[in-house]
Ligand binder design. Structure first.
Ligand SMILES: Cc1cc2nc3c(=O)[nH]c(=O)nc-3n(C[C@H](O)[C@H](O)[C@H](O)COP(=O)(O)OP(=O)(O)OC[C@H]3O[C@@H](n4cnc5c(N)ncnc54)[C@H](O)[C@@H]3O)c2cc1C
Length: 316
């Protein structure tokens, strides 16, 4: 079938490739090229974060885990398997453990923990270096015979008149495009410092330094972050870097890892995660439109599971 995908962030590209691999002819229409999307701002690590509903997210995350693990065998993909130390306030294991294969999650010893922490876990997870991974996906899509056109789609209904199916992967913009009031931004700011050899992968998302994460990559070390949700009905959708946020991120990351005291900030980036009460992955009744948006802070984590689910939706 001839299928149009709107959007070339991680969700659009992954969905497009899954559709091609199922035998379809796919054309992507996108306002921005992959390198200018929210997806390009992410670090990114496999871990569900501000994304619902739990049961489906865990199922889709598990599917993606397996795909990423296989991809990590190809060094050109930008995917590798790393040991992430997640710091916690309590010994309770996080919900996303259910989405991991057995034996990939273990309790950290007291000697592994930074000062001030009593609990932590190691998780063996995929790390996705976005400046490598997004071009890798784009290349794969084009090599599979896909076409990509840069344009802004104003009406899904009009756009859906030509192809057999239209897949909406417009992230945060889907809110306006479809009139969906359940979509909201979750503002994320990160710092990039020079790569430093031997740094561990660390995250604190509910402990005394939350939110803090340190993700070493080849091009830089990513220090995060913020997850600013709408407050009192007001969204923070400011895409410009905020100095106060930067100071806070650096301080919290240095608390976790004092070796970062000498780190020099090379750049600051902001992305608005496409938050939604739950991911919208469904066929719109009586149309040829399938929606795949609202992946919050876990778009990479669930990307392959959601893409295969779209393929399934077209079969029924
Ligand atoms: C700081 C930060 C850190 C993150 N870390 C992680 C992480 O560690 N792990 C993880 O899994 N996730 C992480 N995320 C979340 C992840 O980045 C998002 O969930 C994901 O990028 C969403 O992808 P998307 O393709 O839906 O949206 P986007 O990347 O925003 O792509 C949307 C696409 O739709 C196109 N578009 C929009 N409107 C139109 C239109 N009208 N016409 C045509 N095209 C249109 C855009 O041009 C773009 O190509 C992070 C996000 C941020 C900001």
């Amino acid at each position: 079938m001839k299928i149009s995908v709107i959007g070339s962030g991680v969700i659009g590209l992954t969905t497009a490739i899954a559709l091609q691999e199922a035998g379809h002819e796919v054309h992507i229409f996108t306002k921005d090229l992959p390198e200018a999307t929210v997806s390009a701002v992410a670090a990114a690590i496999w871990m569900p974060f501000h994304v619902e509903p739990l049961e489906l997210v865990n199922r889709w995350s598990r599917v993606s885990y397996d795909v990423f693990e296989k991809m990590s065998e190809d060094t050109s993909s930008g995917v590798s398997m790393v040991n992430l130390l997640t710091l916690a306030n309590s010994p309770d294991v996080p919900d996303w453990v259910d989405a991991m294969p057995a034996g990939r999650f273990w309790k950290a010893a007291a000697s592994d923990l930074p000062a001030g922490y009593q609990h932590g876990f190691f998780a063996r997870v995929p790390m996705i270096e976005t400046p490598i991974y997004l071009p890798f996906l784009q290349k794969k899509f084009l090599e599979n015979g896909g076409e990509l056109t840069v344009c802004e789609v104003k009406s899904l209904a009009k756009m859906a008149m030509t192809p057999d199916w239209l897949i909406n992967c417009t992230g945060l913009a889907a809110g306006k495009l479809t009139g969906d009031k359940a979509v909201f931004p979750i503002r994320g700011q990160i710092l990039k410092v020079d790569p430093m050899p031997g740094l561990p992968y660390l995250a604190d998302d509910d402990g005394p330094n939350a939110l803090a994460y340190i993700f070493p990559r080849k091009d830089c070390t990513v220090l995060g972050g913020t997850a600013q949700l709408p407050l009192g009905g007001l969204s923070n959708d400011d895409e410009s870097p905020n100095e106060e946020d930067s100071v806070g991120i650096l301080r919290r990351c240095q608390n976790l890892l004092p070796a970062l005291a000498t780190a020099v900030v090379r750049s600051v980036a902001v992305g608005l995660r496409p938050g939604r009460t739950t991911i919208r992955l469904e066929r719109e009744p009586a149309t040829n439109i399938v929606h795949n948006y609202g992946h919050g802070g876990g778009g990479y984590t669930v990307s392959w599971g959601c893409a295969f689910e779209v393929v399934e939706q077209l079969r029924v």
